[in-house]
Design a protein around this ligand. Structure first.
Ligand SMILES: [Zn+2]
Length: 281
């Protein structure tokens, strides 16, 4: 992915210099979230249960670190803003409200509660912000065998997919099912929501690919490899040694790749509802 020398978004906040001591008093909540969340689960429904304790806000502003990762993430956020600011009003006849991204180290106070880096990147619908500890990318590369800058960009585009869903009220619909349907049915709805976010990441890649020289074949391979690497079946095999499809919350590797590719091929966000209607687009 050619990302150097292009526009960088101002909607990115760098809290990495604050380190691990941000969320005083959040230990118990963090443990609960961690226990429920395992790995890369976005945390949206889990975090909703825990409101931020008063007084847990950080005191000192963070100093931005001037490094390549920061520049990369600012560029990927700008790419998402540029594509969706154009596409979203055309497709849904609504104004696109930009999301924010927060980089952090170790632990973070989000609008949805305190989160630990171990749970992976996530989107908080309450403050419309994507949170990522960039050391996650090391884990994606080493533990899950998904290296590459476009694999990293796909992760952010997936979270922006959740931002699109939030603006259209889709995340809220799925969340409202919690407690009203069986856990199995709720998990199925969660899988559909996640596959839709993968589809939207593919739509984004489709439009980014129109700009000469930004993406090549290897980039697409990196994203597909990453989508497969974070399928529920692979993660379960890796973390517990066996697969339990009824516990899937994000979709298996094959589904995640397929819905990303469907978005990449069509580039049409109005097809997103199909993720809730059909299995094979
Ligand atoms: Zn997600």
């Amino acid at each position: 992915m050619r990302w150097q020398g292009r526009r960088q978004s101002k909607n990115v906040e760098d809290r990495r210099s604050l380190g691990r001591d941000v969320a005083v008093g959040g230990g118990l909540l963090t443990l609960l979230i961690m226990g429920a969340a395992l790995f890369f689960p976005d945390l949206v429904p889990v975090l909703k249960l825990f409101e931020a304790p008063p007084g847990a806000r950080q005191a000192a502003p963070a100093k931005p670190i001037n490094d390549e990762m920061g520049a990369f993430l600012r560029t990927v956020v700008a790419d998402n803003e540029d594509v969706w600011a154009k596409l979203f009003p055309q497709a849904f006849n609504k104004r696109f409200a930009p999301a924010r991204l927060v980089m952090f180290t170790g632990r973070v106070q989000s609008g949805c509660g305190i989160a630990d880096a171990g749970a992976g990147p996530f989107y908080c619908p309450l403050d419309k912000t994507v949170y990522i500890d960039p050391t996650f990318y090391e884990e994606l590369k080493r533990r899950f065998g998904a290296p590459g800058d476009f694999a990293q960009a796909y992760v952010i585009a997936h979270e922006f997919g959740h931002h699109i869903q939030n603006q259209l009220g889709i995340s809220q619909q799925v969340q409202s099912l919690q407690g009203r349907v069986s856990q199995k049915e709720y998990n199925q709805a969660s899988v559909r929501l996640e596959l839709q976010a993968d589809f939207l990441a593919g739509v984004w890649a489709h439009h980014l690919a129109k700009y000469e020289g930004i993406l090549d074949e290897d980039d697409i391979r990196e994203a597909v490899n990453a989508a497969a690497a974070i399928g529920d079946d692979r993660i379960q095999k890796q973390t517990q040694g066996y697969v339990q499809p009824e516990k899937f919350t994000h979709g298996d590797s094959e589904q995640r790749v397929r819905w990303f590719m469907y978005g990449l091929k069509t580039g049409d966000p109005t097809l997103m509802q199909r993720a809730f209607e059909v299995d094979y687009p």
